[in-house]
Design a protein around this ligand. Structure first.
Ligand SMILES: NC(=O)c1ccc[n+]([C@@H]2O[C@H](COP(=O)([O-])OP(=O)(O)OC[C@H]3O[C@@H](n4cnc5c(N)ncnc54)[C@H](O)[C@@H]3O)[C@@H](O)[C@H]2O)c1
Length: 320
């Protein structure tokens, strides 16, 4: 028994070492751009890429003091030449364009982009939408423009940081949830073979579960209304929280095995798993008595009716 246990441990240690080798092969010598890399998840990504042999990492962050602190700490561990900090706001397109133009010369090529900068601030939702959708779209399109093979680039990888939610838990975060789902759709569309075959850029979405960062810690104070705070905190307490380190490890695995257009979740401190989006028609909910005239369909047997169908208009019937 003891012998068998030791053999299994050796086998899994060997597998881990092999995986590490493959990841190092993918990251070694590569130039990486990470938005929001000065703290939280982004900072953990910076350290993981350098640990795995990245040639250089560029941190783009709106927080100048955090950026400088991050660069100092990283330079101490890996060397000054390994890290660049650019103070810029992802939601400002012209700043992003300048940043990518500058990086494409100072880094000679951009190989991997981690589109991570995001905020949770339901009260300031115009800013939230501007950063979480506007900023992410700007960075994603610029990453493609500077990496795409069909326009002189070398190809590469783009990972957009989104979040996959159980709607049971997100009633308190309607706008943040909407922005994060938008990024899943963006990644699936840009990652489709229609784009990937021409650009040579693999696009994926990484959806971390609840992770211990400033964003999570401040979240109870960023809701649309204070009234929701108690319920929100109660919900948070039901979830298990993971460290940024685990998410960064998951990101490395995703880089190794994720196909373009794929969506990955890293939650509860476990290894990543892929989410498949079902064809929407397979999700169609069907009700009996679909012929009820439309002004009456809002209630049936005391229950609200949530969906209507084209079938109603076309006269086709569908019986659940
Ligand atoms: N923490 C979680 O539980 C969690 C879960 C899922 C997804 N996410 C997503 O992960 C990403 C990182 O979140 P985090 O938890 O590390 O947050 P964080 O607040 O700890 O760190 C975010 C970093 O991004 C920077 N930033 C914010 N807005 C920026 C902008 N406009 N331009 C440039 N930099 C900007 C901040 O200065 C900070 O350094 C976000 O997109 C977030 O939505 C977080």
């Amino acid at each position: 028994m003891e012998f068998q246990g030791r053999k299994n441990r050796r086998a899994s240690a060997e597998e881990k070492a092999k995986e590490l080798e493959v990841i190092k092969g993918l990251v070694c010598g590569k130039n990486v751009v990470i938005t929001g890399g000065a703290s939280g998840l982004g900072y953990s990504f910076v350290n993981h890429f350098l640990q795995h042999g990245a040639k250089r990492v560029a941190i783009i962050d709106v927080n100048a003091s955090a950026g400088e602190r991050a660069v100092k700490a990283v330079a101490k561990l890996y060397g000054e030449e390994k890290v660049i900090f650019i103070h810029a706001d992802t939601s400002n397109y012209s700043q992003m364009l300048d940043t990518f133009t500058q990086l494409s010369t100072s880094m000679d090529s951009i190989d991997i982009v981690i589109n991570n900068a995001g905020i949770l601030d339901e009260k300031r939702w115009t800013k939230e939408v501007a950063v979480n959708i506007g900023g992410m779209v700007s960075v994603a399109t610029l990453a493609l423009r500077f990496m795409r093979k069909d326009q002189g680039g070398h190809g590469g990888v783009l990972v957009n940081v989104a979040q996959y939610f159980d709607f049971k838990f997100t009633a308190h975060l309607p706008i943040y949830t909407a922005t994060k789902f938008a990024i899943i759709a963006l990644s699936q569309s840009l990652g489709a073979s229609y784009h990937a075959d021409n650009t040579g850029v693999r696009v994926m979405a990484l959806c971390p579960g609840l992770t211990e960062t400033a964003l999570t810690i401040d979240s109870p104070n960023k809701l649309l209304s204070r009234v929701m705070k108690v319920d929100f905190v109660k919900n948070l307490e039901q979830l298990s929280i993971q460290t940024p380190y685990i998410v960064a490890e998951g990101l490395m695995t995703i880089l190794k095995c994720g196909e373009s257009g794929s969506v990955w979740v890293v939650e509860n401190g476990k290894t990543p798993f892929e989410i498949e989006t079902p064809a929407y028609k397979s999700l169609k909910r069907q009700y009996k008595n679909n012929f009820i005239p439309s002004p009456m369909i809002h209630m049936m047997r005391g229950r609200p009716i949530r969906e209507t169908y084209d079938d109603m208009r076309s006269g086709l019937t569908s019986c659940g």
